[in-house]
Design a protein around this ligand. Sequence first.
Ligand code: ADP
Ligand code: MG
Length: 450
Amino acid sequence: MPEQYQNGNSARQPGSVPHNVTHSQETGNRNSQNKSNQMTSSKQQAPRQQNSGSGRPQSRLPITEICGKGLDSWKLVKKLGSGSFGDVYLGVNSTSGEEVAVKVEDLKASHPQLNYESKLLNILKGGVGVTMVHYVGVERSFNVLVMDLLGHSLEDLMILSNGKFSLKTSLRIADQLLHRIEYVHSKGFLHRDIKPENFMLGRGEQCNTIYIIDFGLSKRFCDGRTHEHIAFNDKKSLTGTARYASINAHRGIEQSRRDDLEAIGHMLLYFLRGSLPWQGLPAKTKEDKYRKIKEKKIDTQIEELCADFPSEFTEYLRYVRGLQFIDRPDYDYLRKVFSDRFYAEGFINDGQYDWVEKLKAKEKRNRQQQQGTEGGTLNPSQRLHQSQENGEQPPNENTDDPNTTKQEPKSQTDGQDSTSGRKPSMAARLFGNLCRSHKRKNNPQRVGGA
Ligand SMILES: Nc1ncnc2c1ncn2[C@@H]1O[C@H](COP(=O)(O)OP(=O)(O)O)[C@@H](O)[C@H]1O
Ligand SMILES: [Mg+2]
C-alpha cells in the first residue's frame, strides 16, 4: 500500500471544524489524499464501494426517511448522482412536499467527508450560488446532509447544447464563475476541484444562477485569524481533476488561488472548444496518463489553445498563469476583460444562455410524453426511452479517461420503484432525460493528493 494511502487513513474525522483547521493540519489535503487513492486505483476502489454504501444495488435506497429536528422529515425518492464518497438522492419534505437533495455517506466510510463539507457550506452560507443546508445529522448508519435541490450541471448543459457553449454563453458563465470563486476565496478557502460537474444551475427563480458545489477537496489557504497564507510546498501530489488542473498542480506545487482560476480557464476553453487537447491521450497506467496530460498542457501554447477565440481568453490564461503563489487575483479585472468582450460583440445580457431554449423544448417534450402515456405517468426509464426516440442529441464522446474509476451517475435511472404511481417530480423530469448522456460519457478523472 503506498505511503500516501496510509496517510489517507488518518483522514479528517467527522466533527472537525474547518474554521479551526490550520494549514499545518492540512485536513483538506489529507482528505484529498483519500480521494486520490480511491480515484486512482481500481483495487482500492473496490473496498470503498463495499463499505461506503455506494456499492449497494443501485435500485435500493440506503434509507427511506430522514427525520430531522422538529417536524422536518424527508423521504428519499431516487438517486440523483454518485459521488466519490457517497450518493446524492432526491428527497421530499414530508410536510411541505419541498424537494431537496440529500447527500448520504456511510458512517463506516473509511474517509468521511460529509461533516467537513457541511461545515464549509455553513461558513459559505448566504453567498450567491451556495447551496443552503436544511439539515445535517445521522440517520441509522449514515451521515446525511439535506440541502437545496439544484438543477443541471454545466456538464449536463454542455451535452444538451450539442457539446459546446457559444461565446456569449461562455462569457456569461465566466462572469458567474469568477464571482463564485472570489466568494469562496474571500472566506479563506480554495475549492481545488473545479470542473463542469461541480457547477450546477439553481431552480425556480435561481434557474440562471450557477451554484458551486462539492467542497470535498477544499482547503483553507488563509488563516482565519492571522490571515497568514499557507506555505509554499513543491512536494505535493495532484489534487483535483486532471483535465482541468493547473500546470503547477500537475507539477506538485501546493495550490493557491491562482490554481482555481487556471482550472476555470481550462474549463472555459473546454466549453468553447468542446474538448481540450490533452483529452484522450493513450496511456497504460494512471500515472502515465497524468504525466502525459501534464506534458501536453505544458507543450500547448496558450495562443494555440485559444486560437479560434477572442484574445481575452489568451489574456486570462496568461494572467492567471503569471500569478505568484500568494497573489490575490484581481477578480474585477478578469471579469471586466470578459464583460468588455461581451459588449464589444454586441451581445445583450438577456439571460439567454445556450441551454434555455433546449431546456424549454425538453420540458415541452416531457409534458407531451406524460400526457400521451397511460395515467400521465412516466418513470425515468420510460422518459429516457422516449427521449431516445425523439432523437436527442448524442452525448459528447470526447473522453480522456476510458478507465475512469469514478462512478457514472447511471443511478439517475434508478429508483423507478419508488417513483412509480407518482407524478414524476420536477427534479425527475429535469434529470431523467440526461442520464443517457451521462451513462455513455466517461467522466474525467478526479485525483487527490498531498
Ligand atoms: N444540491 C444538489 N442538487 C442536485 N444534485 C446534486 C446536488 N449536489 C450534488 N448533486 C449531484 O450529485 C453528484 C455528486 O455530488 P458531489 O457533491 O459533487 O459529490 P462528489 O464529491 O462525490 O463529486 C453531483 O455531480 C450532482 O450530479
Ligand atoms: Mg463532484
